[in-house]
Write a protein that binds this ligand. Structure first.
Ligand code: UFG
Length: 344
């Protein structure tokens, strides 16, 4: 058994896939989650996949005393992977203070508790949203940070700075900031996946719900962008590949392989796909025809962004491997599973 790792937001979409990969590589996992956007039975499903039940504590990362109690109850936690955060871009515009409090205070609590409990390192879930519309594509980690388009995006930028400043001040912790591109898909067992609350805001859950007949039509937001087919381009990365990046990053921290105490990596495939290309790929991969229509642009959308993942490939020794067809089939199988199990 390797070291004990705390995963905040471990019952969420990316968190649950990461817990599976951590356990598969021998780590012992303690999950904390307030279940504000996930279900407790995710813990059962993780156990079904890995044969190991992760420890679970229903705790809100805003609650400093309760978090302190988790470290006391599970001594020897060596690393933290911090997923717990609010993530709906539109909602963050309506409720900025909720986003600033949730996302920023949670991180501050963890950073204050780390030296107290001798936790060596933290992996922070950042986002390609910090680049805004990059001047050069594919975008590297050196690209300038652009003014955030939303309070949500701003919390990612501020949290990156908080980590830099804390470590620069001499607090004895290390960090890896992973800038995710667009995570999609579900575990091959279809036992865990993305479970959006209400009407999905993101492309893939909306698409698979439309294919299932839960939604009538997928709206493609704009076909008049300056891209080959006019629709927006993103770098869609399979959530299991993304989960594995966290294991590699945690190994790197615990094995003292970091080049500096804070490192930043782009976690993407290096390949940009337009919305229309993605729809075609989904239809080809699943044989399911999708009802969609082109509508106007969505406010705040970036025209095109995809990663240069060279630094992660070469320095971290991690690469996104799964073909898009397989990724899209996994998303569809998950939607089928939700139907079979009566969830939706
Ligand atoms: N899109 C549609 N129709 C939809 C939903 C999305 O055409 O119904 C398009 C969008 O216009 C965009 C692409 O699909 O071109 C992807 O949109 P998503 O909403 O899935 O994801 P974003 O690229 O907008 O990413 C945003 C934030 C990220 C955040 C991510 C997940 O910018 O920081 O949502 O919450 F991580």
């Amino acid at each position: 058994m390797k070291e004990r790792i705390l995963v905040t937001g471990g019952t969420g979409y990316i968190g649950s896939h990461t817990v599976v990969e951590l356990q598969n590589s021998g780590y012992e996992v303690v999950i904390v989650d307030n279940l504000s956007n996930s279900r407790a039975d995710v813990v059962d499903h993780i156990e079904q996949i890995t044969g190991i039940r992760p420890a679970f504590e229903k705790v809100d990362c805003l609650d400093y005393a309760a978090l302190d109690g988790v470290f006391a109850k599970y001594p020897g936690i060596k690393g933290i992977i911090h997923f717990a955060a609010s993530k709906a871009v539109g909602e963050s515009v309506q409720k900025p203070l909720l986003y600033y409090r949730n996302n920023i205070v949670s991180l501050i609590n963890l950073l204050e508790l780390m030296p107290k409990h001798e936790v060596k390192g933290i992996i922070f879930s950042s986002s390609c949203t910090v680049y805004g519309q990059p001047d050069k594509l594919p975008v590297t980690e050196e690209a300038p940070i652009k003014k955030a388009e939303s309070p949500y995006g701003n919390t990612k930028q501020i949290n990156e700075e908080i980590i830099h400043d804390t470590i620069a001040s001499g607090v004895p912790v290390q960090a890896i900031l992973l800038r995710y591109f667009n995570p999609i898909g579900a575990h091959p067992t279809a036992l865990i996946g993305e479970l959006p609350n209400g009407v999905p805001q993101n492309l893939i859950p909306y698409l698979t719900q439309t294919a299932m007949g839960i939604r009538e039509k997928l709206s493609v937001f704009g076909d008049d962008y300056n891209t080959p087919d006019g629709s927006c381009i993103r770098d869609y990365i399979y959530v299991v590949d993304l989960a594995k990046a966290h294991v590699t990053a945690m190994n790197r921290i615990l094995e003292d392989k970091q080049k500096s105490k804070v490192e930043v990596f782009n976690i993407g495939t290096g390949r940009g796909l337009s919305v229309l290309e993605l729809i075609k790929a989904f239809e080809a991969a699943t044989g399911v025809k999708l009802n969609y229509q082109i509508v106007g642009r969505r406010a705040g959308d970036i025209e095109q962004v995809w990663a240069d993942p060279t630094y992660a490939n070469e320095e971290l020794g991690w690469k996104a491997e799964t073909p898009i067809e397989e990724t899209l089939r996994s998303a569809w199988n998950w939607q089928l599973h939700l139907r079979e199990t009566g969830v939706m």
